[in-house]
Design a protein around this ligand. Structure first.
Ligand SMILES: [Mg+2]
Length: 308
């Protein structure tokens, strides 16, 4: 992982979309503070498309897509994506038919209850009721925090049962199906935003092992400082590391990108160590971002109701 200060002008100016984890990447101590939330608005106002990507429930995706300054949201580790189209209509897609996901979830939930009975210091996650695919065992949100060894043992139990399982900073999430955050981001980027996540146009920000497939898939990625907690447990690390943790780290990443994109060319080149002196600043602007997004994808999702 390279220091964030080594991010180049070219890399920052080539970006069109920033995908980001939520827990302990946008949030600090479980809350979305003004620093990180303000950074989301500044990125949007600079013409960048922001897409939160989370292991949190489908039930959380609806208010996030409606209320936050984002181009959409990928939730439940890639099981669903929600977004508002240009007319304010909520659109959704699912990695698998929802009825199938619910049926598999019911079976996995039996295993989750057995795990919690054997490990009474853990709990079924408080947000389980709002999920349609995942089961989530809490080891660090409303209990503990318990050690990563406990989380790893829970993950192993789910994997032995044939499920996919990932450790976030607070939960162990398990599900059936081939999807994960990376497959869903790639699909959302391609179908909705018209870009490839392995290109220079997209970046990812995260903090924990369930972000690892994204650190591997995105050409450009950032870790907030708390990702160092998982040192040695990540086969794929982010490209750059912020010096600050959680939401303040996300804001640090955002401000670095915005400074390189918006600043005078000569200053930015000097700050980045050279290499782009002949380039002109990109125009950016919210209209450009929206225009690109409007060219694809809105007809692929399910639509329901108009924004009030
Ligand atoms: Mg996280």
């Amino acid at each position: 992982m390279k220091p964030l200060g080594e991010l180049t002008v070219d890399a920052a100016r080539g970006l069109r979309a920033i995908f980001t984890d939520i827990d302990d990447t946008l949030t600090t101590g479980g809350r979305l503070g003004p620093t990180a939330y303000g950074a989301l608005w500044r990125l949007r106002d600079a013409g960048l498309l922001v897409v939160p990507v989370t292991g949190r429930p489908a039930g959380w995706a609806d208010p996030i897509a409606r209320l936050w300054p984002v181009a959409g949201v990928v939730a439940e580790n890639g099981a669903v994506a929600f977004w508002l189209d240009e007319g304010g209509n909520m659109c959704r897609w699912y990695a698998r038919p929802p009825k199938e996901m619910k049926a598999d979830q019911a079976k996995l939930l039996e295993l989750a209850f057995a795990i919690v009975r054997e490990n009474p210091e853990c709990r079924i996650a408080a947000d389980q009721a709002f999920r349609i695919s995942d089961v989530a065992v809490d080891f660090a949100e409303e209990v503990g925090p318990l050690g990563l060894e406990v989380a790893e043992e829970i993950r192993r139990r789910f994997v032995e049962a044939g499920a996919t399982a990932k450790i976030s900073s607070i939960h162990v999430n398990a599900w059936q199906g081939e999807h994960d955050k990376a497959t869903a981001c790639a699909r959302f980027a391609r179908e909705r935003l018209g870009l490839d996540v392995s290109s220079d146009a997209a970046a990812y920000v995260g903090d924990s092992p369930n972000d690892e497939p994204l650190f591997a898939r995105f050409a450009l990625s950032f870790g907030v400082a708390n990702v160092k907690r998982f040192a040695g447990r990540l086969a794929h690390e982010p490209t750059y590391l912020a010096s600050r943790a959680c939401g303040e780290g996300f804001a640090e990443v955002a401000e670095r990108i915005l400074a390189l994109r918006a600043g005078p060319v000569v200053d930015a080149v000097l700050e980045a160590g050279g290499g782009a002196a002949t380039r002109k600043p990109t125009s950016g602007g919210r209209t450009a971002g929206r225009g690109r997004a409007s060219r694809s994808g809105s007809g692929r999702g399910r639509r329901s109701g108009r924004r009030r």
